[in-house]
Design a protein around this ligand. Structure first.
Ligand SMILES: [Zn+2]
Length: 302
């Protein structure tokens, strides 16, 4: 069993869900993020958050995958201050929804004053709602930005055990682990932080508080990054318990602190029944045969 604790599933296809389920992914966490271009109105955020806690959760379940999400204002769009202020007002409503396991992904992009302001305000929300935090660390000036993300989280009253620092690399991992934070790694295909380097990090640092994810989205990315990394670890002689921790158990422990995610959700799931509708809408298109697991007596099996 695997968990992919960072995937932007709204931009993926049903083929991805089927392939993930076949590869052993039982649960995913979808962080709220930007959409490739800036939104212009708070209503766009409202509808996006509604999709994360609503239709996408339903859609994943139709393929046998439990879907959780994190809700937050991303760092890029924090730079539109008037809009960011409006988004802050709707966050508490969504943070209280079922299946929301953290505030996130939040943090720094260009490390501007506006980003700092809304990162702090959202950390405060996390303290108030007693939720973990998923931190997106910047791609530029990463080492400085990562240290600063942790400094500010502590300053705002978050214990490191409630904060998952994502998008780590070899430069940042030691400090993140030494300071007691969770260290997540995003495995993008054809980049320096690929599967091979991930295996070496686990070999060097062990499995404590290390988390593997795909961060798959609408860009060049791989929805199977977690199971593939696990397979490579196995081939390279990483012990099974370390694979289990980094590709499943650590994510469950970190985000399970929300009280919204438990192993029972996928060990005793409701059977897949693709006849089910969400507000009248189906995942099936004209004439497709629904998948029905553990059908009740009297169901038509073709
Ligand atoms: Zn992301």
């Amino acid at each position: 069993m695997f968990i992919d604790p960072h995937i932007h599933a709204v931009s993926r296809t049903t083929d991805d869900y089927e392939a993930m389920a076949a590869a052993g992914v039982v649960a995913v966490i979808e962080p709220a993020f930007w959409l490739g271009q800036p939104r212009t109105a708070v209503g766009s955020f409202f509808d996006y958050f509604s999709t994360l806690v609503g239709f996408e959760r339903f859609r994943a379940a139709q393929f046998g995958i439990r879907h959780y999400c994190t809700i937050g204002l991303n760092s890029k769009e924090a730079n539109n201050i008037p809009l960011a202020e409006q988004v802050m007002e709707i966050l508490p409503l969504f943070l209280a929804k079922e299946g929301v396991v953290a505030v996130g992904e939040i943090g720094y992009d260009d490390q501007t004053d506006a980003e700092d302001r809304f990162y702090r305000e959202q950390l405060k929300l996390a303290v108030e709602t007693d939720l973990p935090v998923m931190v997106h660390t910047p791609h530029r000036n990463k080492k400085v930005g990562t240290s600063r993300s942790m400094d500010v989280a502590i300053e705002m009253g978050l214990p490191p055990s409630k904060v998952i620092i994502d998008h780590n690399n070899e430069e940042t991992v030691r400090e993140v682990l030494d300071r007691g934070f969770w260290a997540a790694f995003t495995i993008y295909p054809n980049t320096k932080m690929g599967n091979e380097r991930m295996v070496e990090i686990v070999r060097q640092y062990g499995a404590e508080r290390i988390i593997v994810d795909s961060a798959a989205d609408w860009g060049v990315s791989d929805a199977l990054a977690v199971p593939k990394t696990a397979r490579l670890m196995r081939e390279r002689g990483i012990p099974e318990d370390q694979i289990h921790k980094t590709c499943y158990a650590n994510a469950l422990e970190a985000y399970g602190q929300s009280g919204q995610m438990s192993e029972q959700d996928w060990l005793n799931p409701a059977p897949v029944d693709q006849r089910t509708l969400y507000e009248g809408n189906s995942v099936l298109r004209g004439g497709q045969e629904p998948r029905i697991d553990r059908p009740e007596k009297g169901d038509l099996i073709v």
